[in-house]
Ligand binder design. Structure first.
Ligand code: ATP
Ligand code: MN
Length: 463
Protein backbone atom coordinates (compact mmCIF):
# COMPACT_ATOMS: atom_id res chain seq x y z
CA UNK A 1 0.00 0.00 0.00
CA UNK A 2 1.34 3.39 -0.97
CA UNK A 3 -0.26 5.42 1.81
CA UNK A 4 2.10 5.42 4.80
CA UNK A 5 0.63 4.97 8.28
CA UNK A 6 1.42 7.35 11.12
CA UNK A 7 3.35 4.55 12.75
CA UNK A 8 5.55 4.24 9.69
CA UNK A 9 5.88 8.01 9.40
CA UNK A 10 7.00 8.35 13.02
CA UNK A 11 10.06 6.26 12.19
CA UNK A 12 11.07 8.41 9.19
CA UNK A 13 13.77 11.09 9.34
CA UNK A 14 12.61 14.72 9.09
CA UNK A 15 14.12 15.08 5.64
CA UNK A 16 11.51 17.32 4.06
CA UNK A 17 10.07 14.55 1.87
CA UNK A 18 6.61 15.08 0.40
CA UNK A 19 3.85 13.00 1.91
CA UNK A 20 0.12 12.59 1.87
CA UNK A 21 -1.51 11.38 5.06
CA UNK A 22 -5.09 10.29 5.54
CA UNK A 23 -6.87 10.01 8.84
CA UNK A 24 -9.38 11.61 11.18
CA UNK A 25 -9.06 15.02 12.78
CA UNK A 26 -8.66 14.83 16.54
CA UNK A 27 -8.36 18.57 17.20
CA UNK A 28 -7.97 21.82 15.36
CA UNK A 29 -6.22 24.76 16.97
CA UNK A 30 -5.86 28.18 15.43
CA UNK A 31 -3.35 30.88 16.30
CA UNK A 32 -2.54 34.11 14.48
CA UNK A 33 0.43 32.58 12.74
CA UNK A 34 -0.79 29.07 11.96
CA UNK A 35 -3.52 26.42 12.10
CA UNK A 36 -2.66 23.09 13.77
CA UNK A 37 -4.57 19.95 12.78
CA UNK A 38 -3.94 16.89 14.91
CA UNK A 39 -4.62 13.89 12.67
CA UNK A 40 -4.76 10.23 13.70
CA UNK A 41 -5.13 7.14 11.52
CA UNK A 42 -5.35 4.51 14.26
CA UNK A 43 -1.97 2.94 13.55
CA UNK A 44 -0.58 4.38 16.79
CA UNK A 45 -1.63 6.46 19.77
CA UNK A 46 0.24 9.65 18.89
CA UNK A 47 -1.23 12.05 16.35
CA UNK A 48 0.58 13.66 13.47
CA UNK A 49 0.60 17.41 13.87
CA UNK A 50 -0.12 19.09 10.55
CA UNK A 51 0.88 22.75 10.58
CA UNK A 52 -0.64 25.20 8.11
CA UNK A 53 1.32 28.46 8.11
CA UNK A 54 -0.46 31.71 7.29
CA UNK A 55 -0.18 31.29 3.53
CA UNK A 56 -1.18 27.60 3.53
CA UNK A 57 -4.04 28.32 5.92
CA UNK A 58 -5.31 31.09 3.67
CA UNK A 59 -5.17 28.82 0.63
CA UNK A 60 -6.96 25.99 2.49
CA UNK A 61 -9.37 28.27 4.38
CA UNK A 62 -12.63 26.75 3.13
CA UNK A 63 -11.46 23.17 3.73
CA UNK A 64 -10.05 24.06 7.16
CA UNK A 65 -13.45 25.45 8.10
CA UNK A 66 -14.97 22.01 7.45
CA UNK A 67 -12.17 20.02 9.14
CA UNK A 68 -13.60 19.74 12.64
CA UNK A 69 -13.05 16.96 15.18
CA UNK A 70 -14.00 13.62 13.64
CA UNK A 71 -13.76 14.65 9.99
CA UNK A 72 -11.74 12.41 7.67
CA UNK A 73 -9.07 14.27 5.76
CA UNK A 74 -6.16 13.99 3.36
CA UNK A 75 -3.27 16.34 4.09
CA UNK A 76 -0.34 16.93 1.79
CA UNK A 77 2.91 18.44 2.93
CA UNK A 78 6.52 17.85 3.80
CA UNK A 79 7.91 15.98 6.76
CA UNK A 80 10.01 18.20 9.02
CA UNK A 81 11.47 18.09 12.53
CA UNK A 82 8.96 19.12 15.15
CA UNK A 83 9.82 21.68 17.77
CA UNK A 84 6.91 20.43 19.92
CA UNK A 85 7.59 18.08 22.83
CA UNK A 86 6.73 14.38 22.48
CA UNK A 87 6.99 14.07 18.69
CA UNK A 88 10.00 13.91 16.44
CA UNK A 89 8.32 14.92 13.19
CA UNK A 90 5.40 16.98 11.98
CA UNK A 91 3.88 17.77 8.61
CA UNK A 92 4.40 21.22 7.13
CA UNK A 93 1.08 21.20 5.34
CA UNK A 94 0.59 22.57 1.86
CA UNK A 95 -2.94 21.44 1.08
CA UNK A 96 -5.97 19.88 2.70
CA UNK A 97 -8.92 17.90 1.43
CA UNK A 98 -11.87 17.01 3.64
CA UNK A 99 -13.07 13.53 2.67
CA UNK A 100 -16.00 13.24 5.09
CA UNK A 101 -17.27 15.95 7.43
CA UNK A 102 -18.38 15.33 11.03
CA UNK A 103 -20.82 17.99 12.13
CA UNK A 104 -19.63 19.53 15.42
CA UNK A 105 -23.28 19.86 16.51
CA UNK A 106 -23.97 16.14 16.32
CA UNK A 107 -20.61 14.28 16.45
CA UNK A 108 -20.66 12.72 19.94
CA UNK A 109 -16.90 12.64 20.52
CA UNK A 110 -15.85 16.15 21.32
CA UNK A 111 -12.54 17.14 22.85
CA UNK A 112 -13.50 16.65 26.52
CA UNK A 113 -13.00 13.38 28.36
CA UNK A 114 -16.03 11.06 28.17
CA UNK A 115 -17.08 8.52 30.76
CA UNK A 116 -16.66 4.80 30.00
CA UNK A 117 -20.43 4.38 30.49
CA UNK A 118 -21.18 6.98 27.83
CA UNK A 119 -18.64 5.45 25.44
CA UNK A 120 -20.26 2.01 25.83
CA UNK A 121 -23.44 3.53 24.43
CA UNK A 122 -21.55 4.57 21.30
CA UNK A 123 -19.50 1.42 20.86
CA UNK A 124 -19.42 2.04 17.11
CA UNK A 125 -17.51 5.30 17.61
CA UNK A 126 -15.44 4.57 20.71
CA UNK A 127 -12.53 3.00 18.79
CA UNK A 128 -11.79 6.57 17.69
CA UNK A 129 -10.83 7.58 21.23
CA UNK A 130 -7.29 7.25 22.57
CA UNK A 131 -8.35 4.68 25.15
CA UNK A 132 -10.23 2.32 22.85
CA UNK A 133 -7.72 2.67 20.04
CA UNK A 134 -5.01 1.64 22.49
CA UNK A 135 -7.08 -1.28 23.82
CA UNK A 136 -7.65 -2.51 20.27
CA UNK A 137 -3.97 -2.39 19.40
CA UNK A 138 -2.93 -4.19 22.60
CA UNK A 139 -5.65 -6.80 22.06
CA UNK A 140 -4.39 -7.40 18.55
CA UNK A 141 -0.79 -7.75 19.66
CA UNK A 142 -1.74 -10.15 22.45
CA UNK A 143 -3.74 -12.37 20.08
CA UNK A 144 -0.72 -12.68 17.82
CA UNK A 145 1.66 -13.24 20.76
CA UNK A 146 -0.48 -16.16 21.90
CA UNK A 147 0.10 -17.96 18.61
CA UNK A 148 3.78 -17.01 18.65
CA UNK A 149 4.20 -18.47 22.13
CA UNK A 150 2.60 -21.82 21.36
CA UNK A 151 3.91 -22.21 17.83
CA UNK A 152 7.46 -21.64 19.06
CA UNK A 153 6.95 -24.49 21.52
CA UNK A 154 5.58 -27.06 19.11
CA UNK A 155 1.89 -26.72 20.01
CA UNK A 156 -0.71 -27.38 17.30
CA UNK A 157 -3.64 -24.97 16.98
CA UNK A 158 -6.89 -26.98 17.01
CA UNK A 159 -10.32 -25.56 16.11
CA UNK A 160 -12.97 -26.86 18.47
CA UNK A 161 -16.69 -26.54 17.69
CA UNK A 162 -18.80 -23.64 18.90
CA UNK A 163 -21.96 -25.73 18.80
CA UNK A 164 -22.00 -28.71 21.11
CA UNK A 165 -24.47 -31.36 22.08
CA UNK A 166 -22.80 -32.42 25.32
CA UNK A 167 -25.54 -31.82 27.82
CA UNK A 168 -23.36 -30.44 30.59
CA UNK A 169 -19.71 -29.50 30.56
CA UNK A 170 -19.79 -28.36 34.12
CA UNK A 171 -18.50 -24.87 33.48
CA UNK A 172 -21.66 -22.79 33.77
CA UNK A 173 -25.02 -22.15 32.18
CA UNK A 174 -25.30 -22.64 28.43
CA UNK A 175 -27.12 -20.86 25.61
CA UNK A 176 -29.37 -23.21 23.71
CA UNK A 177 -29.21 -23.36 19.91
CA UNK A 178 -32.47 -24.32 18.23
CA UNK A 179 -34.43 -23.86 15.04
CA UNK A 180 -37.71 -25.00 16.63
CA UNK A 181 -40.51 -22.46 16.28
CA UNK A 182 -40.61 -21.33 19.88
CA UNK A 183 -43.59 -19.07 19.42
CA UNK A 184 -45.77 -21.81 17.99
CA UNK A 185 -44.53 -24.26 20.53
CA UNK A 186 -45.41 -21.83 23.32
CA UNK A 187 -48.95 -21.39 21.99
CA UNK A 188 -49.48 -25.13 21.59
CA UNK A 189 -48.54 -25.76 25.21
CA UNK A 190 -46.66 -28.91 24.16
CA UNK A 191 -43.10 -29.63 25.18
CA UNK A 192 -40.47 -29.47 22.45
CA UNK A 193 -39.65 -32.56 20.39
CA UNK A 194 -35.90 -32.31 20.01
CA UNK A 195 -35.93 -35.16 17.52
CA UNK A 196 -37.39 -32.56 15.15
CA UNK A 197 -34.83 -29.91 16.09
CA UNK A 198 -31.98 -29.08 13.73
CA UNK A 199 -29.47 -31.50 15.25
CA UNK A 200 -32.04 -34.07 16.30
CA UNK A 201 -31.23 -33.36 19.95
CA UNK A 202 -30.70 -30.35 22.21
CA UNK A 203 -27.64 -28.28 21.23
CA UNK A 204 -25.82 -25.43 22.89
CA UNK A 205 -23.08 -22.85 22.41
CA UNK A 206 -19.86 -24.10 23.92
CA UNK A 207 -18.65 -22.93 27.34
CA UNK A 208 -15.14 -24.32 26.76
CA UNK A 209 -13.27 -26.20 24.06
CA UNK A 210 -11.42 -28.33 26.58
CA UNK A 211 -13.19 -31.69 26.30
CA UNK A 212 -12.93 -31.57 22.52
CA UNK A 213 -9.31 -30.47 22.50
CA UNK A 214 -8.36 -33.29 24.89
CA UNK A 215 -9.05 -35.70 22.02
CA UNK A 216 -6.39 -33.99 19.90
CA UNK A 217 -4.05 -33.73 22.88
CA UNK A 218 -4.18 -37.51 23.19
CA UNK A 219 -3.01 -37.77 19.59
CA UNK A 220 -0.83 -34.74 18.83
CA UNK A 221 0.66 -34.20 22.27
CA UNK A 222 0.72 -30.43 22.61
CA UNK A 223 -2.33 -28.54 21.43
CA UNK A 224 -4.27 -25.35 22.08
CA UNK A 225 -7.54 -23.72 21.17
CA UNK A 226 -8.21 -20.01 20.91
CA UNK A 227 -11.76 -19.05 20.19
CA UNK A 228 -15.03 -17.62 21.46
CA UNK A 229 -16.93 -19.22 24.34
CA UNK A 230 -20.36 -18.45 25.71
CA UNK A 231 -21.76 -18.49 29.22
CA UNK A 232 -25.33 -17.70 30.12
CA UNK A 233 -24.49 -17.00 33.75
CA UNK A 234 -26.44 -14.10 35.12
CA UNK A 235 -23.43 -12.35 36.60
CA UNK A 236 -23.42 -8.64 36.02
CA UNK A 237 -19.84 -8.01 37.10
CA UNK A 238 -16.86 -6.12 35.74
CA UNK A 239 -15.09 -9.49 35.12
CA UNK A 240 -17.74 -11.51 33.27
CA UNK A 241 -19.03 -11.44 29.71
CA UNK A 242 -21.61 -13.72 28.09
CA UNK A 243 -19.35 -14.04 25.05
CA UNK A 244 -15.62 -14.07 25.62
CA UNK A 245 -12.50 -15.53 24.06
CA UNK A 246 -10.49 -18.23 25.70
CA UNK A 247 -7.10 -19.84 25.13
CA UNK A 248 -6.90 -23.46 26.21
CA UNK A 249 -3.63 -25.37 25.94
CA UNK A 250 -3.61 -29.10 26.71
CA UNK A 251 -0.44 -31.15 27.11
CA UNK A 252 -0.05 -34.93 27.09
CA UNK A 253 2.22 -36.54 29.71
CA UNK A 254 2.08 -33.31 31.75
CA UNK A 255 1.20 -33.04 35.43
CA UNK A 256 0.02 -30.18 37.60
CA UNK A 257 3.50 -28.74 38.16
CA UNK A 258 4.20 -28.69 34.39
CA UNK A 259 0.87 -27.02 33.87
CA UNK A 260 1.68 -24.22 36.31
CA UNK A 261 5.08 -23.73 34.76
CA UNK A 262 3.48 -23.40 31.33
CA UNK A 263 0.90 -20.90 32.61
CA UNK A 264 3.61 -18.79 34.26
CA UNK A 265 5.84 -18.78 31.17
CA UNK A 266 2.83 -17.97 29.02
CA UNK A 267 1.64 -15.02 31.08
CA UNK A 268 5.18 -13.67 31.37
CA UNK A 269 5.68 -13.97 27.62
CA UNK A 270 2.51 -11.96 27.03
CA UNK A 271 3.44 -9.28 29.57
CA UNK A 272 6.93 -9.01 28.13
CA UNK A 273 5.58 -8.66 24.59
CA UNK A 274 3.15 -5.96 25.69
CA UNK A 275 5.92 -4.00 27.43
CA UNK A 276 8.22 -4.29 24.43
CA UNK A 277 5.81 -3.82 21.53
CA UNK A 278 2.98 -1.73 22.98
CA UNK A 279 5.13 0.71 24.96
CA UNK A 280 3.35 3.82 23.71
CA UNK A 281 -0.11 2.45 24.50
CA UNK A 282 0.96 1.08 27.88
CA UNK A 283 2.49 4.46 28.71
CA UNK A 284 -0.91 5.99 28.05
CA UNK A 285 -2.68 3.47 30.29
CA UNK A 286 -0.08 4.05 33.01
CA UNK A 287 -0.71 7.79 32.90
CA UNK A 288 -4.46 7.89 32.37
CA UNK A 289 -6.01 4.61 33.49
CA UNK A 290 -3.97 2.76 36.12
CA UNK A 291 -1.08 4.60 37.78
CA UNK A 292 1.99 2.41 38.22
CA UNK A 293 0.83 -0.15 35.63
CA UNK A 294 4.13 -0.43 33.76
CA UNK A 295 6.19 -0.79 36.92
CA UNK A 296 3.88 -3.47 38.29
CA UNK A 297 4.06 -5.42 35.01
CA UNK A 298 7.85 -5.19 35.07
CA UNK A 299 7.81 -6.55 38.62
CA UNK A 300 5.70 -9.50 37.47
CA UNK A 301 8.49 -10.49 35.08
CA UNK A 302 11.16 -10.20 37.72
CA UNK A 303 10.08 -12.94 40.12
CA UNK A 304 8.62 -16.43 40.38
CA UNK A 305 4.89 -16.60 41.01
CA UNK A 306 3.84 -17.60 44.52
CA UNK A 307 2.11 -20.95 45.21
CA UNK A 308 -0.33 -21.96 47.92
CA UNK A 309 -2.85 -24.75 48.38
CA UNK A 310 -6.53 -23.94 48.69
CA UNK A 311 -6.42 -25.22 52.27
CA UNK A 312 -3.55 -22.85 53.16
CA UNK A 313 -5.38 -20.01 51.45
CA UNK A 314 -8.51 -20.54 53.52
CA UNK A 315 -6.38 -20.47 56.68
CA UNK A 316 -4.92 -17.11 55.57
CA UNK A 317 -8.39 -15.76 54.84
CA UNK A 318 -9.68 -16.83 58.25
CA UNK A 319 -6.80 -14.89 59.85
CA UNK A 320 -7.49 -11.74 57.81
CA UNK A 321 -8.02 -8.66 60.01
CA UNK A 322 -10.82 -6.99 58.03
CA UNK A 323 -14.05 -8.94 57.47
CA UNK A 324 -15.13 -10.06 54.00
CA UNK A 325 -18.62 -9.72 52.59
CA UNK A 326 -18.73 -13.53 52.32
CA UNK A 327 -17.17 -15.28 55.33
CA UNK A 328 -14.47 -17.71 54.20
CA UNK A 329 -14.61 -21.39 55.19
CA UNK A 330 -13.13 -24.64 53.82
CA UNK A 331 -15.34 -25.68 50.91
CA UNK A 332 -16.32 -22.19 49.81
CA UNK A 333 -15.90 -21.32 46.13
CA UNK A 334 -13.67 -18.29 46.70
CA UNK A 335 -15.06 -14.93 45.67
CA UNK A 336 -13.19 -12.19 43.89
CA UNK A 337 -12.71 -10.30 47.21
CA UNK A 338 -10.89 -13.32 48.66
CA UNK A 339 -8.79 -13.84 45.55
CA UNK A 340 -7.78 -10.19 45.48
CA UNK A 341 -6.89 -10.23 49.18
CA UNK A 342 -4.68 -13.29 48.72
CA UNK A 343 -2.63 -11.89 45.88
CA UNK A 344 -2.58 -8.26 46.93
CA UNK A 345 -2.03 -8.67 50.69
CA UNK A 346 -0.41 -12.09 51.07
CA UNK A 347 1.49 -12.85 47.86
CA UNK A 348 2.09 -9.30 46.60
CA UNK A 349 1.59 -10.41 42.99
CA UNK A 350 0.27 -13.31 40.91
CA UNK A 351 -0.54 -16.38 42.98
CA UNK A 352 -1.28 -20.01 42.09
CA UNK A 353 -3.86 -21.73 44.26
CA UNK A 354 -3.93 -25.51 43.99
CA UNK A 355 -5.75 -28.57 45.28
CA UNK A 356 -9.32 -27.35 45.57
CA UNK A 357 -12.22 -29.28 47.16
CA UNK A 358 -13.67 -31.62 44.54
CA UNK A 359 -17.21 -30.37 45.16
CA UNK A 360 -16.49 -26.91 43.72
CA UNK A 361 -14.53 -28.10 40.69
CA UNK A 362 -15.37 -29.90 37.45
CA UNK A 363 -15.75 -33.65 37.12
CA UNK A 364 -12.65 -34.15 34.94
CA UNK A 365 -10.08 -32.91 37.44
CA UNK A 366 -7.72 -35.53 38.83
CA UNK A 367 -8.55 -36.67 42.33
CA UNK A 368 -5.85 -36.44 45.01
CA UNK A 369 -5.06 -39.33 47.37
CA UNK A 370 -6.89 -37.54 50.22
CA UNK A 371 -10.17 -38.23 48.38
CA UNK A 372 -11.32 -34.68 49.15
CA UNK A 373 -9.35 -32.45 46.83
CA UNK A 374 -8.49 -32.36 43.13
CA UNK A 375 -5.39 -31.30 41.24
CA UNK A 376 -6.79 -27.97 40.14
CA UNK A 377 -4.92 -24.72 39.83
CA UNK A 378 -6.17 -21.18 39.50
CA UNK A 379 -3.87 -18.29 38.79
CA UNK A 380 -4.99 -15.19 40.66
CA UNK A 381 -3.81 -11.67 40.00
CA UNK A 382 -4.22 -8.33 41.79
CA UNK A 383 -7.12 -6.06 40.78
CA UNK A 384 -9.61 -8.74 39.73
CA UNK A 385 -8.65 -12.24 40.87
CA UNK A 386 -8.83 -15.32 38.62
CA UNK A 387 -7.18 -15.00 35.22
CA UNK A 388 -6.40 -18.71 34.58
CA UNK A 389 -8.22 -21.86 35.67
CA UNK A 390 -6.78 -25.28 34.98
CA UNK A 391 -6.00 -28.76 36.25
CA UNK A 392 -4.41 -32.09 35.73
CA UNK A 393 -7.13 -34.27 34.19
CA UNK A 394 -8.36 -37.54 35.66
CA UNK A 395 -6.69 -40.15 33.48
CA UNK A 396 -7.96 -43.28 35.31
CA UNK A 397 -11.13 -44.66 33.71
CA UNK A 398 -12.68 -46.03 36.89
CA UNK A 399 -12.03 -42.91 38.98
CA UNK A 400 -13.43 -40.70 36.23
CA UNK A 401 -16.60 -42.79 36.07
CA UNK A 402 -16.99 -42.48 39.84
CA UNK A 403 -16.56 -38.70 39.64
CA UNK A 404 -19.19 -38.52 36.90
CA UNK A 405 -21.58 -40.64 38.92
CA UNK A 406 -21.08 -38.37 41.95
CA UNK A 407 -21.96 -35.36 39.81
CA UNK A 408 -25.02 -37.24 38.47
CA UNK A 409 -23.81 -37.00 34.87
CA UNK A 410 -25.18 -39.14 32.08
CA UNK A 411 -22.25 -41.34 31.09
CA UNK A 412 -23.79 -42.26 27.75
CA UNK A 413 -23.13 -38.79 26.28
CA UNK A 414 -19.47 -39.02 27.24
CA UNK A 415 -18.50 -42.35 25.73
CA UNK A 416 -16.03 -40.66 23.45
CA UNK A 417 -14.47 -38.79 26.36
CA UNK A 418 -14.12 -42.01 28.37
CA UNK A 419 -12.55 -43.72 25.34
CA UNK A 420 -9.54 -41.44 25.81
CA UNK A 421 -9.02 -43.27 29.13
CA UNK A 422 -9.81 -46.68 27.64
CA UNK A 423 -7.27 -46.48 24.83
CA UNK A 424 -3.74 -45.38 25.63
CA UNK A 425 -4.54 -43.07 28.50
CA UNK A 426 -1.84 -40.66 29.67
CA UNK A 427 -1.50 -38.07 32.37
CA UNK A 428 -2.39 -34.74 30.82
CA UNK A 429 -3.09 -31.23 31.95
CA UNK A 430 -4.24 -27.89 30.63
CA UNK A 431 -5.80 -24.59 31.50
CA UNK A 432 -8.03 -21.81 30.23
CA UNK A 433 -6.91 -18.20 30.05
CA UNK A 434 -9.71 -15.68 29.59
CA UNK A 435 -8.47 -13.44 26.78
CA UNK A 436 -10.38 -10.37 27.98
CA UNK A 437 -9.05 -10.83 31.51
CA UNK A 438 -5.56 -10.86 30.03
CA UNK A 439 -6.28 -7.62 28.16
CA UNK A 440 -7.60 -6.08 31.40
CA UNK A 441 -4.45 -7.22 33.13
CA UNK A 442 -1.98 -5.65 30.71
CA UNK A 443 -3.94 -2.45 30.06
CA UNK A 444 -5.18 -1.75 33.58
CA UNK A 445 -8.73 -1.30 32.25
CA UNK A 446 -11.17 -1.82 35.10
CA UNK A 447 -14.21 -3.20 33.27
CA UNK A 448 -14.20 -6.22 30.98
CA UNK A 449 -16.86 -4.56 28.79
CA UNK A 450 -14.23 -2.07 27.71
CA UNK A 451 -11.64 -4.55 26.41
CA UNK A 452 -13.80 -6.30 23.78
CA UNK A 453 -15.17 -4.37 20.81
CA UNK A 454 -18.84 -5.27 21.29
CA UNK A 455 -19.55 -6.64 24.78
CA UNK A 456 -22.32 -9.17 25.36
CA UNK A 457 -23.68 -9.39 28.90
CA UNK A 458 -27.10 -9.90 30.53
CA UNK A 459 -29.56 -7.50 28.79
CA UNK A 460 -26.73 -6.20 26.62
CA UNK A 461 -26.37 -7.19 22.97
CA UNK A 462 -26.31 -3.91 21.10
CA UNK A 463 -24.50 -3.25 17.82
P1 ATP B 1 -14.86 -17.11 37.56
O1 ATP B 1 -14.71 -17.90 38.83
O2 ATP B 1 -14.01 -15.87 37.52
O3 ATP B 1 -16.29 -16.88 37.17
P2 ATP B 1 -14.60 -19.61 36.21
O4 ATP B 1 -13.96 -20.37 37.30
O5 ATP B 1 -16.03 -19.79 35.92
O6 ATP B 1 -14.29 -18.04 36.40
P3 ATP B 1 -13.22 -21.17 34.18
O7 ATP B 1 -14.37 -22.03 33.84
O8 ATP B 1 -12.11 -21.73 34.97
O9 ATP B 1 -13.75 -19.82 34.85
O10 ATP B 1 -12.70 -20.51 32.82
C1 ATP B 1 -11.32 -20.28 32.55
C2 ATP B 1 -11.01 -18.80 32.43
O11 ATP B 1 -11.93 -18.13 31.58
C3 ATP B 1 -11.13 -18.04 33.74
O12 ATP B 1 -9.95 -18.19 34.48
C4 ATP B 1 -11.33 -16.62 33.27
O13 ATP B 1 -10.10 -16.03 32.91
C5 ATP B 1 -12.14 -16.79 32.02
N1 ATP B 1 -13.59 -16.59 32.23
C6 ATP B 1 -14.46 -17.44 32.83
N2 ATP B 1 -15.72 -16.98 32.80
C7 ATP B 1 -15.65 -15.79 32.15
C8 ATP B 1 -16.63 -14.82 31.76
N3 ATP B 1 -17.92 -15.00 32.04
N4 ATP B 1 -16.20 -13.73 31.09
C9 ATP B 1 -14.89 -13.57 30.80
N5 ATP B 1 -13.93 -14.43 31.12
C10 ATP B 1 -14.29 -15.54 31.78
MN1 MN C 1 -12.01 -21.26 37.20
Amino acid sequence: MKLPTLKEISALPPDGRSLTVKGWVRTKRETKAAVFLEVNDGSRLGNLQCVFDEAAAAAAASELARAGTGASVAVEGSLVASPAAGQSVELRASSLRVIGEASPESYPLQKKAHSMEFLREIAHLRPRTNTFGAVARVRNRMAFAIHEFFQARGFQYVHTPLITASDCEGAGAMFQVTTLDLERLGKSGRSPDYGKDFFGKPAFLTVSGQLNVETYCEALGRVYTFGPTFRAENSNTSRHLSEFWMIEPEVAFAELADNMELAEDFLKHLVKTALADCAEDLGFFDQRVEKGLVESLEKVLARKFAHMTYTEAVAELEKAPAPFEVKPYWGLDLQSEHEKYLCEKIAGGPLFLTDYPKEIKSFYMKRNADGKTVRAMDLLVPRFGEIVGGSEREDRLEVLRELMAEKKMDESSYGWYLDLRRFGTTPHAGFGLGFERLVMYVTGMANIRDVIPFPRAPKLADF
